[in-house]
Write a protein that binds this ligand. Structure first.
Ligand code: SF4
Length: 385
């Protein structure tokens, strides 16, 4: 991002590093720094970073700075060249934003200025009156906003009273993203998630009852070879009990920076292959009997087309998995490598002869001419995505 043509006293404020993919065009507003739990053994997001609450004054100052930048862009839009089009003025800022804050605000305005994502890992950990105060100020200062979302731990939601969650919803919070990961108590303990399946259900049900829309994230592969069945069946049990609005799938990605890495190295945790994870995904979907939108909005997932509305699209989703499983072992490898090398987005891409040849060449190279790529290389490709 260029800063060459911009004065050094340009407006700025603090941004966190993460947001869900579904919040790509949202205004980012940091309520807390990092994660108050920070112990999950599969997660590297905030490791080494100290958790801190931010004060209401600090956050409200940031909201005022957003308003200032919005007003600057509105003033730019009022010049004849933009004919009062905020979108066009925002596009100009996006071409050469002076910093990430301007980029975020301009992108947010370009997309209609409606959505906000509250950072970092667990905004609900703020005291309820303070969170309500921030939300109220945010909506009053930026009145175009109609959707405010945040990450949250299930345990924190379980500890809030239903009346508190309702007050937070009334103040403007519309959706929470909770990392369920698994509904198996064995798996939850092994990954040090710091929550039980009973607490996951309690927290999730309370969020749903409060009127806040709920996204629950399922972590495909976190049971490994040993616990994948229990992981899938128990997660379906928990998700059925909660009935969240969205079930979102993520695929486990491990690397040497994770707390669970020694388990991978010494063989205590054995990673499932893509084929095994498709069997796990099938078992999960077969056992789901709630009403929810099933979403696969992450590029780390092998079959992103396994999406739909439950229960009506269940068979359609299972049919995609069956189609993959019916491929010959060679074709499954072509798809897996093509997907991990970012050539393929869906099974239909296998029909493109040009792309097929390119992926075959990649397999030839990666396998050293044997035609069979080592599973560790496939894991590495998956984890690099
Ligand atoms: S609660 Fe979320 S952000 Fe915190 S360590 Fe666990 S997975 Fe990572």
């Amino acid at each position: 991002m260029s800063t060459e043509n911009h004065p050094s006293n340009i407006a700025s404020y603090e941004l966190g590093a993460y947001r869900p993919p579904s919040e790509a065009y949202s205004l980012l507003l940091r309520l807390t720094r990092n994660c108050p739990w920070n112990r999950c053994r599969f997660c590297e997001m905030y490791k080494g970073q100290k958790f801190e609450l931010r004060s209401v004054e600090e956050v409200n100052r940031d909201i005022l700075t957003v308003a200032q930048i919005r007003d600057e862009i509105a003033a730019l839009a009022s010049s004849p060249i933009y004919a009062n089009s905020i979108r066009k003025a925002a596009a100009t800022i996006l071409n050469d934003p002076p910093n990430y804050v301007y980029q975020n605000v301009a992108l947010w305005l370009y997309k209609g200025g409606q959505n906000v994502f509250l950072q970092d890992a667990n905004s609900l950990v703020m005291r309820t009156p303070e969170l309500v105060e921030v939300l109220t100020f945010l909506k009053a200062t930026l009145p175009t906003i109609n959707r405010i979302t945040s990450y949250c731990r299930a345990k924190t939601a379980a500890l809030k009273k239903l009346e508190e969650l309702k007050a937070i919803h009334e103040a403007g919070l519309t959706r929470l993203h909770i990392g369920l990961e698994s509904g198996s108590d064995t798996v939850l303990k092994l990954i040090d998630k710091g929550v039980t399946s009973a607490e996951e259900i309690e927290g999730g049900k309370k969020v749903v009852a409060s009127g806040i829309s709920l996204s629950e994230y399922y972590l495909l592969g976190i049971g490994g070879k040993a616990l994948w069945r229990e992981h899938a069946v128990e997660s379906a049990r928990v998700l059925n009990a909660i009935a969240p609005d969205f079930i979102r799938v993520r695929t486990l990605s491990v690397n040497e920076r994770l707390l669970m890495w020694p388990d991978v190295e010494n063989g205590t945790f054995v990673r499932a292959t893509d084929e095994e994870m498709m069997e796990e995904l099938k078992l999960l979907i077969q056992n789901l009997d709630c009403h929810a939108n099933f979403v696969s909005d992450h590029m780390g997932n092998l079959l992103q087309e396994v999406e739909g509305k439950l229960p009506e699209d269940k068979e359609k989703m299972l049919a995609v998995i069956a189609r993959f499983q019916a491929l010959s072992p060679q074709e499954r490898q072509v798809y897996r490598i093509g997907r991990r090398a970012r050539y393929y987005t869906s099974l239909d891409d296998l029909k493109d002869p040009g792309q097929h040849r390119v992926v075959e060449q990649i397999i030839e190279r990666l396998s050293g001419g044997t035609g069979q790529v080592d599973e560790r290389i496939v894991c590495k490709m998956r984890e690099n995505m």
